[in-house]
Design a protein. Structure first.
Length: 135
C-alpha cells in the first residue's frame, strides 16, 4: 500500500489523497470489521459512523487541490511551488473545516496540547474553547 501511495504522490497531491482515502480506508474498515466486532464489540456501523465525517472532509478538501493541479507549469521549480501550495492549502482547509464542524479527531488533538503551550499562543484559548464544546 505504501508503494502505491508514494508513486501517487509524484503525480499529484489529489491522486495521493484519492488513493489514500478512497482505497485504503474502506479496505481497512472491511478487513478490520470482523475482529473489531468480536474482540471490541465495535460493529461495522460504528466504524463507518466514525470514518464518514473525516472522509467527507477529505473529499471537500480534494476539490481545490484538484483545481490547483491543472495550473500549467513549465519548470520543475514551478511544479514544486504548486505541490507545496497544495500541501499548505490542503492542511489549512482540512484543519479549518474540522475545527468549524468540531470533528471528534480535532477535539482529541486539542485535548492533547499542553495547557502551557495554549497560553503562549494568543488566539489559542478561544479557539480551543470553541473546539472542545460538544457539537
Amino acid at each position: 500500500a505504501m508503494i502505491v501511495l508514494i508513486s501517487c504522490l509524484s503525480q499529484s497531491v489529489f491522486l495521493w489523497c484519492l488513493v489514500g482515502l478512497g482505497v485504503t480506508s474502506p479496505l481497512s474498515v472491511i478487513i478490520n470489521a470482523w475482529p473489531n466486532r468480536k474482540l471490541l464489540d465495535y460493529t461495522l456501523r460504528m466504524q463507518l459512523r466514525d470514518v464518514c465525517p473525516m472522509a467527507m472532509v477529505c473529499a471537500v478538501v480534494a476539490l481545490p487541490l484538484l483545481a490547483m493541479n491543472f495550473i500549467p507549469c513549465e519548470t520543475q521549480l514551478l511544479r514544486f511551488a504548486i505541490l507545496s501550495a497544495q500541501g499548505g492549502v490542503g492542511v489549512a482547509l482540512f484543519a479549518g473545516i474540522s475545527i468549524l464542524f468540531r470533528l471528534r479527531g480535532i477535539r482529541e488533538v486539542a485535548n492533547m496540547i499542553n495547557p502551557r503551550w495554549r497560553a503562549k499562543i494568543p488566539f489559542a484559548t478561544p479557539l480551543f474553547n470553541y473546539v472542545e464544546k460538544r457539537a
